[in-house]
Design a binder for this molecule. Sequence first.
Ligand code: PEP
Ligand code: MG
Length: 568
Amino acid sequence: MHGQGVSKGLCYAKVHVLEDKPIQFPTEYASAQAEEKKFRDALADVLSETEEMKERALCTVGKEAAEILDAHCSLLKDEGMLDPISESIQDGTNAAQSVENAMNTFIEMFEGMENEYMAQRALDLKDIKDRLIRRILHIKKDDLSNLSEMMILAGEDIAPSITAGMDTEHLAGMLMELGGVTSHTAILARTLDVPAVVGASGLMNEIKTGDMIAFDGETGEIMINPTSEEVKQFQESMKKQKEEKEKLKLFSMRRAETKDHQQLNVCGNIGGTDDLKKVMEYGADGVGLFRSEFLFLVSASLPTEEQQLAAYKTVLEEIKDKPVIVRTLDIGGDKEVKALGLKKEENPFLGLRAIRLCQAKPEVFHTQLRALLRASVYGNLQIMFPMISSLQELRWAKEQLEYCKKQLEEEQIPYKQNIKVGIMIEIPATAVMARQFAAECDFFSIGTNDLTQYTLAVDRGNDDVAGLYSYFHPAVLRMIEMAIEGAHAQGIPCGMCGEAAGNAYMLPILIGLGLDEYSMTASSILELKQAASRIDTAECKELAARVMRLGTWDEVRTELEKFVAERN
Ligand code: PEP
Ligand code: MG
């Protein structure tokens, strides 16, 4: 079988399948008062149980799972969600059926959202709904708080309420029929560092509790009851992988350094406070990209100045005085925020996205800039503007920052002086004009994810043209070269926070071109540090000069692969 690998690692163990028998709904209706009481009692029980689970999760599975449960507590107190249930009870539907009907409306709304992250939140609502109904009908669920041996946990969906109370010491891996990369199971698996595969359609028909399963959390391949020969081979690979992992761990203590002892700045990309833990554990030099829009994607309303301040402050304080580059809102493109009430666009990636959207909604931008300025006193904050395509946009954004500084001064609210202000280089026009831009800001960070799509006119999310999308394309490399040269000509640093920054094959060419900072998802940090330790700066320079003259991206890639393989 096959699914989507969402947390790396090989896993072989016995499986425990979460039972998910359909609930039989009663049709009886006592009285409006009695049904409302059943509902309110169940609500109180589930809420206090969730609060307890949250506390327990903090000690067992960590802050991230605790935050998911905290969100559940907020939903359980949200009158906007609870009122329709009571109304349905008043209209003559029993408590269990009212919860089912009213909550399904919300679930469908979330499921219909194009944004993958929001669609995954529908699974959280399903979890709450299921627990409320079970409580009303007195139906018990699996108890996984005390497992006797290492187990793979499998289910159609693995609810956060199950994982929070679970004996994670004995959790070997997770398999799920539903879900994607941003499902809570995927997030949790990565946090716990256990292998996981999600989106394995048909899984629940093929497995039962007690089956032995081998799977690969990277490729998504799943083997059910493999033969002894297959098990032997698989276990050998597991052993090798474990040894590799141990070797890699040594790199968390050191800074990235090439063979000739040139130190590299390796930073982490985060989408919120939760992602910071691994970035720090792997010894990153800071945060090179905080995608602040994730704060907007997770809530139904726009986060307030205070809520944003709290998130920025947490990151700045936790990472001490290491630099944190917060990118201002990059909404639009494939990231939709319902609360902004924007109209559908024909070409959202070329439309009202990021800084352009902020120009259309200056009040939203000001709230964010005020929160950022206020947070600046807690650490080493730098501010970065996304999707800058013209100098007017950069100047406008800087003016808004000055305007917010003035406001704070009038209100006698402190902020740090001399906060560094930079831009993303992700539009070809900006790379081409890098020198002019560099004269008006403090740093660059190249966003290769977008720079590749805009340089090559290839939609980054369209599978049909995925074969044309490659940051190894010589035209993209030229753009990168121009950005770095432009920055250096004006004496400012140029980093990179697109996916290419964490790619071991791109590393030699980026070193050769003189990139100043590499920012990537936490899971790439150790491998990149290891890759750096095997190469020499002078050789990288020679390689870059040679590779920049090649004509196609597969020639470039082949050349780089050869270079890396010879040094491994
Ligand atoms: C990029 O475009 O490379 C980038 C880092 O931004 P995002 O992936 O969030 O668009
Ligand atoms: Mg981008």
